[in-house]
Ligand binder design. Structure first.
Ligand code: ADP
Ligand code: MG
Length: 306
């Protein structure tokens, strides 16, 4: 659990984080979303002490980060940035396993873990292990960055706009990847983005930050349906997106009961209608929030009501 208690950050005399009180539960996929310059990176960096707050306290599992040795602190916190800096003169395997090496894990065990994880993120070890970073695309390099952060099994992973520099297709693929890794390893993730749609897609909880001020914290659906104020509602309305949740609210979809056969890909109700359509183009039906089935017919009925 990560707790911010009345945290203020001031640069010179400019206050960029304003009395932040926030609790991020263990195992949460927490997305901090807000316009550029709102203080997201600053908040993230205070967690692993790359930046120190001017006032207030940050606790991880009830321990004040200010009194935790930074080396020990960072050993338990993975960090993924927008432009991952891989070491250009080390191979992909070496880059992926570098933190294991720093932690004194033996070579054979390192190789084993690197292989498992590279395979898992779609960079087969045999094909990619001995390549150099410059021989990888941006999206592939980000995958290595994710492996590097995950490989020590940190309890917390901080991600600062990790997919913002990627083309839409790679971004979508990496969003899917991080969701599936999250399901498997269940770390606490604090993910920063300025992209509302990405926030809705990934977050189990979302915090909306504007000008250093936390506007609202809630589940994606709550942020959409019950925005705390005009600032939040305008941020998300500007997206003009229809969510799968809108379709469920219109009474479409079928609740899963024991006598309904459940097959098909899984989606969240906070994903968009467009994403649903893309799925239903390839599958007869999709499972929403593990609770509902939506099929091609439901989708067409919804659209035909326009
Ligand atoms: P975000 O990640 O949401 O874009 P940042 O946390 O990077 O926002 O920045 C918040 C504000 O703090 C911005 O106005 C930025 O210019 C300012 N800022 C960030 N880092 C520094 C710094 N080292 N010195 C002075 N001002 C800074
Ligand atoms: Mg930033």
């Amino acid at each position: 659990m990560i707790v911010f208690e009345d945290v203020v950050k001031t640069y010179q005399d400019k206050q960029v984080v304003n009395h932040l009180n926030l609790t991020i539960a263990s195992g949460e996929f927490f997305v901090l979303v807000g316009p550029s310059g709102s203080g997201k990176t600053t908040i993230l960096k205070m967690i692993n002490r790359l930046t120190q707050q001017t006032h207030g306290k940050i606790l991880i599992d009830n321990k004040d980060v200010a009194s935790t040795n930074t080396t020990i602190l960072r050993r338990h916190i993975g960090y993924v940035l927008q432009n991952i800096a891989l070491f250009p003169n080390l191979t992909i395997s070496q880059n992926a396993g570098i933190l294991l090496e720093a932690n004194g894990v033996k070579r054979s065990q390192r190789q084993q873990l690197v292989k498992i994880l590279l395979d898992k993120v779609g960079l087969p070890y045999e094909q990619y292990g001995t390549r150099m970073p410059r021989e990888l695309s941006g999206g592939e390099q980000q995958r290595v960055g994710i492996v590097r952060a995950l490989i020590t099994k940190p309890e917390i992973i901080l991600m600062d706009e990790p997919f913002s520099a990627l083309d839409p297709l790679s971004r979508k693929q990496l969003q899917d990847l991080i969701l599936s890794l999250y399901q498997e390893f269940r770390p606490t993730i604090v993910f920063v983005t300025h992209d509302m749609q990405e926030a809705l897609r990934l977050g189990s909880k979302i915090g909306v930050l504007v000008n250093g001020e936390l506007q609202q914290v809630g589940k994606p659906q709550t942020i959409i349906n019950q925005p705390a104020n005009a600032v939040v509602s305008s941020l998300f309305n500007n997206q003009r997106i229809t969510l799968i949740a809108d379709l469920l609210e219109a009474g479409l979809g079928q609740k899963i009961t024991t006598d309904v056969s459940v097959e098909g890909p899984h989606l969240k109700s906070t994903q968009t209608l467009q994403e649903l359509a893309a799925m239903l183009y390839r599958h007869d039906s999709a499972i929403i929030d593990q609770q509902y089935i939506i099929n091609q017919r439901h989708l067409l009925m919804y659209i035909s009501k326009y």
